[in-house]
Write a protein that binds this ligand. Structure first.
Ligand code: MN
Length: 234
């Protein structure tokens, strides 16, 4: 039977893989909240290891590195959050931390763009975070580097420069929950499948962007991401 649609289906969001060739098709984006102690403290939260928690972004919020984007709608306080991203390449359901890394395809640099004022209002009203986190261009992602090419996750530096000034700078070893622990925990809640991507939280130093801001951030061993916020009226 010929399947037809009432309109053209959207393009599948996809990331380049560093050595070129086929693309990594993006499925779901999971984000970890408060995974660096110093960032939890700067946001006024207690640090605990009770359990990681998550929110999601639509894969259609993807913004490729190198783009210029409009200042996001409605917000007066849009923040950058630099994050180490884990690209899933195999099914993972109910996996242990010891086996979790088998599901990893590779890693990418990413910025979790956040409408902080809308997120703060949602927190205050005990509402979901979606309007603060899941909006156009809110997932700025670089190309995927294969797991073997990156090597072990250790104390590589995660960093972000805002208009050329270093704003975020921490070792990946500062993560409260390690990547295998996050994958194991998420795989209890969801059947992780190829194309899923996990943004593993941001270190301290988040801040507001302005029209004209240039953000550049990366992780040692990965391709950096860069984005420019257009000036008013452009
Ligand atoms: Mn984040």
């Amino acid at each position: 039977m010929h399947l037809d649609y009432v309109f053209d289906p959207p393009e599948i969001p996809a990331l380049p893989v560093t050595e070129q060739g086929p693309l990594f098709p993006l499925r779901r984006i999971f984000c970890v909240g408060r995974n660096y102690a110093a960032h939890a403290i700067e946001m006024g939260n207690e640090v605990d290891r009770e359990a990681p928690f998550y929110f999601t972004k639509s894969a259609h919020c993807l913004c490729h590195t190198g783009r210029e984007i409009a200042y996001p709608a409605v917000t007066q306080d849009c923040h950058y959050e630099m994050e180490f991203c884990v690209a899933i390449g195999a099914e993972a359901a109910q996996v242990s931390a010891a086996n979790a890394m088998d599901a990893v395809f590779g890693y990418a640099s990413g910025i979790d763009l956040t409408r902080r004022d809308l997120q703060a209002l949602a927190k205050h009203l005990r509402r979901p975070w979606d309007v603060g986190k899941d909006f156009e261009n809110a997932a700025i992602l670089g190309p995927v580097t294969r797991k073997a090419d990156f090597g072990e996750i250790a104390d590589q530096t995660i960093w972000l420069d805002h208009d050329g000034t270093r704003a975020q700078n921490a070792p990946l070893s500062d993560m409260i929950w390690s990547v295998p622990e996050i994958i194991a925990d998420l795989s209890r809640l969801y059947t992780l499948l190829p194309g899923d991507l996990i943004m593993t939280g941001t270190p301290a130093g988040v801040g507001a962007v302005k029209p004209g801001s240039v953000l550049k951030g990366g992780i040692d061993g990965l391709v950096p991401v860069q984005v420019t916020i257009r000036k008013d009226g452009q």
